[in-house]
Design a protein around this ligand. Structure first.
Ligand code: LLP
Length: 421
């Protein structure tokens, strides 16, 4: 069931015509479907029925508090990687006890805020970080619950820039140092060891790397327990891929992933923690944009649209594919034209796709870029002084703006002329 689909000759998000949103909110803007978020979350969470599991949605994928609150209502926890994301998760009503804190560069202030809130666990990535955390916890006279993020040296991930579980990546404790790190943690007064954590990459298209990582961690858990440590949780990170409409990958469905995890961890006697991001939010959002100009080049046609790489960075950064469709249904017989779809930013990298066959489009017509609910708005910037792209959440026949488009005055308000000018 697609919640962004054609009805009566035009594309809807659930029961709201995208044309109506474009008229009232303006373009470009992101539009999200509550029903899709709910379905993705429930399918994922239900695949772990019967085992002790926490789904800690990876906030970085789509961090709008309207989205976080939607997921909180379904029982989601959160995986955060900064003090800002922590504040978002708490503001959205996610209980601190369901929040895990990941990331290689947590500051002492961020640790303090997380300890103050009483989060479930810090996923610690190095000994220097452990020592700082121990110090902050000592000042506050508390014990910090930790898991080490270990690096299992497993190759996985849809693009070199989003592969994280190999030994050359900056993430995690080197596999060969893991036991020593746990011994060190056990010797510190204000640290409490609670588990083990891994995250091997993103947009992963098959179960094999997960199976490999789980087997390796299972082994490590046995050794750690033999060394006298208490290991209660196993956080397997995020990373399950999604279809982007180009048939380049066919990721395993979440229930197969769930069955695999259940099978491989049956004897581990741990609480499982999951940090899915893309799988929950990727196909729950589209970027709605308008054609500004159709430009004839020497050997190609450019569709110049009002969205740009500052609004959706994925094609420029990862050569990502996003399916593009007109909002007005093309009907049965239509002319197809080959376009390069580009934005207004002064860089050739501001190209969403090259040589894409699309129904013929004219200036003023609307189009959508699909599968942009994850790492779309969250990675947007104001480059070229283009105001941060707004976000709209649809629920059945209603919609509301969940992030406003700033005015240029809002942007300039944060800047100052130096006193010497
Ligand atoms: N946990 C940790 C520790 C992570 O670093 C990530 C993603 C996740 C969970 C969620 O992974 P997911 O389930 O979404 O694959 N901007 C890139 C993706 C970067 C992923 C970074 N880490 C993109 O647009 O493809």
């Amino acid at each position: 069931m697609r919640h962004f689909d054609y009805k009566d000759g035009e594309m809807f998000a659930e029961d709201v015509a995208l044309r109506e949103i474009a008229e009232n909110v303006g373009t470009p803007c992101y539009v999200y479907s509550t029903a899709t978020f709910e379905r993705h979350y429930n399918v994922f969470a239900n695949s772990f029925k019967g085992i002790d599991a926490l789904v800690a949605y990876s906030v970085k994928a789509n961090s709008n508090i309207g989205i976080l609150a939607t997921l909180a209502k379904l029982g989601a926890g959160a995986d955060v990687v900064s003090g800002g994301e922590l504040q978002r998760a708490l503001t959205a009503g996610i209980p601190a006890k369901k929040i895990v804190f990941s990331g290689v560069g947590k500051t002492a202030d961020e640790m303090r805020a997380a300890l103050m809130a009483g989060i479930r666990v810090f996923n610690v990535e190095s000994l220097p970080e452990l020592y700082v955390l121990n110090g902050v916890a000592a000042e506050m006279d508390v014990k910090a619950p930790i898991a080490f993020r270990v690096n299992p040296d497993v190759t996985a991930g849809g693009h070199e820039k989003i592969s994280t579980g190999k030994k050359e990546n900056k993430f995690g404790i080197a596999w060969s140092h893991a036991e020593r790190a746990y011994a060190e943690a056990a010797s510190l007064d204000n640290i409490e060891i609670v588990g083990v954590d891994v995250h091997i990459g993103s947009q992963i298209d098959n179960l094999a790397p997960f199976e490999k990582a789980i087997a390796k961690v299972g082994d490590l858990i046995s050794r750690l327990r033999a060394n006298g440590h208490t290991i209660r949780s196993f956080d397997i990170g995020g990373g399950l891929g999604i279809p982007y409409g180009d048939n380049s990958i066919t990721p395993p469905p979440p229930d197969q992933y769930g069955a695999m995890v259940k099978r491989l961890t049956a004897d581990m006697n741990v609480e499982m923690i999951f940090e899915p991001g893309r799988m929950i939010s990727g196909n729950a959002g589209i970027l709605l944009s308008k054609v500004l100009y159709v430009k004839e080049g020497e050997d190609r046609k450019f569709l110049i649209v009002d969205a740009a790489m500052n609004d959706l960075l994925r094609p420029a950064l990862y050569d990502a594919y996003h399916e593009i469709e007109p909002v007005k249904a093309p009907g049965n017989a239509y002319d197809e034209v080959t376009y390069d779809v580009v934005g207004p930013i002064c860089e050739s990298g501001d190209t969403f796709t090259k040589a894409r066959d699309l129904p013929e489009m004219k200036a003023g017509e609307l189009l959508v870029m699909h599968s942009t609910g994850a790492y779309g708005a969250a990675q947007a910037s104001q480059y070229n002084t283009r105001p941060l792209v707004p976000e709209v959440l649809v629920k059945n026949g209603s919609y509301e703006i969940i992030r406003e488009r700033p005015t240029i005055a809002d942007i300039l308000k944060t800047e100052r002329l130096p006193s010497w000018l």
